[in-house]
Design a binder for this molecule. Structure first.
Ligand SMILES: [Mg+2]
Length: 318
């Protein structure tokens, strides 16, 4: 199945939001609980007691990134839009923020009070959560036509607004390169191999990244592809979220199967669903996702309009 870029943009951003919305009610459940009662549909309530179709910070920050990039790349504007989300509930499902990560909150609070994008990102070892990984999808799509080094620098700068530890930078780079490969290649394993090779070649050029590459060895060695589900961890640690998302993406053959697989891993269900759903939509369309699930997404019409506008801009820049 071949999809044009407009379809890939729509399916991937919707895929990410669907993964978030499917994961929200069962966030931090265990895999064992989910195996007893596998989540087959978009549920409501659960952990945050919100109605069906409610998405969380993952989608908010994707939508903020998507909207900001529609008016061109401007780090200050991106930062202002993220602050508007956190402090005013902008691009939220219900008009208020829930489920925001600690590193993101600390960095945006610093950004808000200091007004400078140059040193707001948190860079300690404890700041390697998945908070910036979740928003890389629209950035990778928007910059896909840039030359390689510019592409990588922009991805890094967007992550560094909140998360600037080298390990997180590598994770965002790898994910974005995989999205980039999937624009022109629907062979998932081939795209992964190519993204891995480009990631290693690029980050080995810089001393600050070299020592961090070992943390992604299960992906770089492609050992990940032969692991069983019980060897996949689905925590909020960027390495484990990325491993879980890529594993679900490779092991399943439709958007809805990938979303099921990712959310039923338990723990960080919303972000694993978001990251995996973005990859799923790059290869598969949304045809096997029941319409009632897509229709039940909060602010579905506004999301649809934003994606259409973003897609037109990305394609006109191509
Ligand atoms: Mg969330």
């Amino acid at each position: 199945m071949k999809m044009d870029l407009a379809n890939k943009i729509r399916s991937s951003i919707f895929g990410a939001i669907l993964g978030d919305a499917m994961g929200v009610p069962i966030e931090y459940t265990s895999r064992h609980e989910n195996s007893l009662c596998s989540v087959k549909n978009l549920l409501g309530y659960g952990r945050f007691d919100h109605p069906v179709g409610t998405w969380s910070d993952d989608s908010s920050i994707i939508l903020c990134t998507t909207e900001s990039l529609c008016s061109g790349y401007n780090l200050n504007h991106l930062a202002e839009t993220y602050c508007k989300w956190l402090f005013e509930g902008y691009w939220t499902a219900l008009g208020y923020v829930f489920d925001a990560g600690l590193t993101t909150c600390l960095a945006l609070d610093r950004l808000h009070s200091e007004g400078s994008v140059s040193c707001c990102g948190c860079d300690s070892e404890d700041d390697n959560g998945n908070g910036s990984l979740m928003r890389m999808l629209p950035a990778a799509l928007f910059f896909h036509n840039n030359n390689f080094d510019d592409f990588m620098e922009k991805i890094h700068d967007i992550s560094s607004l909140t998360h600037s530890h080298p390990r997180t930078i590598i994770g965002c780079g790898l994910y974005s390169l995989l999205v980039l490969e999937l624009i022109t290649n629907n062979d998932k394993e081939e795209a992964l191999r190519s993204a891995v090779s480009k990631t290693l070649e690029y980050y080995n050029r810089f001393d600050q990244y070299k020592n961090e590459l070992c943390h992604y060895m299960r992906i770089f060695s492609l050992e990940l592809l032969s692991l069983n589900e019980n060897e996949i961890h689905s925590s909020g640690y960027i390495v484990e979220t990325l491993e879980a998302a890529i594993w679900c993406f490779i092991k399943n053959d439709s958007t809805y199967q990938i979303l099921h697989s990712a959310t039923n891993l338990g723990l960080e269900t919303d972000t694993t669903g978001t990251v995996a759903g973005g990859l799923a939509g790059m290869v598969y369309n949304l045809d096997d996702v029941p319409q009632e699930i897509i229709q039940s997404l909060a602010r579905k019409r506004e999301i649809e309009n934003l994606i259409r506008k973003f897609s037109d801009i990305v394609i006109s820049n191509t």
